[in-house]
Design a protein around this ligand. Structure first.
Ligand SMILES: Nc1ncnc2c1ncn2[C@@H]1O[C@H](COP(=O)(O)OP(=O)(O)OP(=O)(O)O)[C@@H](O)[C@H]1O
Ligand SMILES: [Mg+2]
Length: 304
């Protein structure tokens, strides 16, 4: 299936968004009391779009998914997260929510929250897989939340080294970093900055012929384990290099680790590097998953 196109909804999308919300929520198992979403009417959606933000996902020019974001201070609340049943299970929800979290961060929010019904443990699990943790009970369900990604513009390779050095100050033994980004995006450059900041034996280079390199700490800090998973077929090949043996006393960074390295630790820092439209600029998205990272990136956020 093609990738959905995401965009911010405007007021004229309200009828289509309402159709998508109704389709998604009426496809769920009946619950008592019924989902509030089923009582939404057009003025409700228009009001929500006026007061907050909506995001829609389109396939072939047709809206197939959408959600509403209410931003209040540092907290962005996601509501009405809806995918039409015909396209569910194709990653549309993942793309929609990923886009919404980035947008909320761009709009200045630091945390995302949402409500999930207790009758749908599979949905609660889905949100957990996307970095949300249960914050506490709420009527008929739970409130869930997570930190939003820290977004940094990185104009040059030197700035990428600098970001790595700054990041190194908050890293400690046991940390796992999963780095993603196209060929030449700057994953290794960032790792070099981290290595410098940690004060480990260098040089940190692209591990082209070796899968993994251990850079021992020159002081008393963590070692740096630098892995390139580009040529790895699946997670079992990553398991073969016994990273769990070095994990506890090291900072472990896995390039191309997305979808392969997550099982290594419950908590992880996901770093996604995206090339800009022009020149050397990169945009770096840093997302802490799990309790280890709650609030940990706030200093980095301040420096943005
Ligand atoms: N803003 C920038 N951030 C990072 N690197 C930059 C930037 N601008 C230019 N560069 C250059 O881009 C290259 C990035 O290469 P690097 O090996 O770090 O990427 P990578 O993501 O590790 O690639 P690979 O997927 O091959 O492992 C370097 O030559 C670096 O000097
Ligand atoms: Mg690299």
């Amino acid at each position: 299936m093609e990738e959905p196109t995401l965009r911010v909804a405007d007021r004229s999308d309200a009828p289509e968004l309402l159709r998508v919300i109704r389709a998604a929520f009426s496809a769920r198992r009946r619950v008592d009391p019924p989902a509030e979403a089923l009582a939404d009417d057009l003025p409700d959606i228009e009001r929500a779009l006026d007061a907050g933000v909506g995001v829609v996902a389109e396939l072939g020019g047709v809206i197939v998914a959408g959600l509403l974001i209410d931003i209040s201070g540092a907290v962005a609340t996601l509501r009405r997260v809806s995918v039409v049943p015909e396209v569910s299970g194709h990653g549309v929800a993942r793309a929609l929510v990923g886009g919404a979290l980035t947008l909320a961060a761009d709009l200045g929010a630091r945390r995302a929250e949402l409500f999930a019904r207790e009758e749908f443990p599979e949905l609660i699990e889905w949100w957990r897989d996307h970095g949300f943790v249960v914050l506490g009970p709420a009527p008929h369900g739970v409130r869930m939340g997570r930190d939003l990604p820290v977004i940094r513009d990185v104009p040059t390779a030197d700035d990428m080294l600098d970001l790595g050095r700054r990041l190194s100050r908050i890293l400690r033994k046991g940390d796992l970093i999963v780095a993603t980004g196209d060929l030449g995006a700057g994953k290794t450059t960032l790792t070099q900055g981290i290595g410098e900041g940690l004060g480990v034996a260098g040089p940190v280079t692209s591990p082209t012929f070796v899968l993994s390199r251990v850079h021992a700490s020159l002081g008393g800090g963590p070692d740096l384990v630098h892995v390139d998973a580009y040529r790895l077929g699946d997670a079992s090949e990553l398991a073969d290099i016994d990273l769990d043996e070095t994990l506890a006393q090291s900072v472990t960074i896995v390039e191309w680790g997305s979808g392969l390295a997550e099982w290594l630790a419950d908590d992880r820092l996901e770093i996604d590097i995206v090339r800009g439209q022009a020149g050397d600029t990169r945009t770096v998205y840093l997302t802490g998953i799990g309790p280890r990272w709650a609030g940990a990136l706030d200093n980095l956020r301040e420096q943005a």
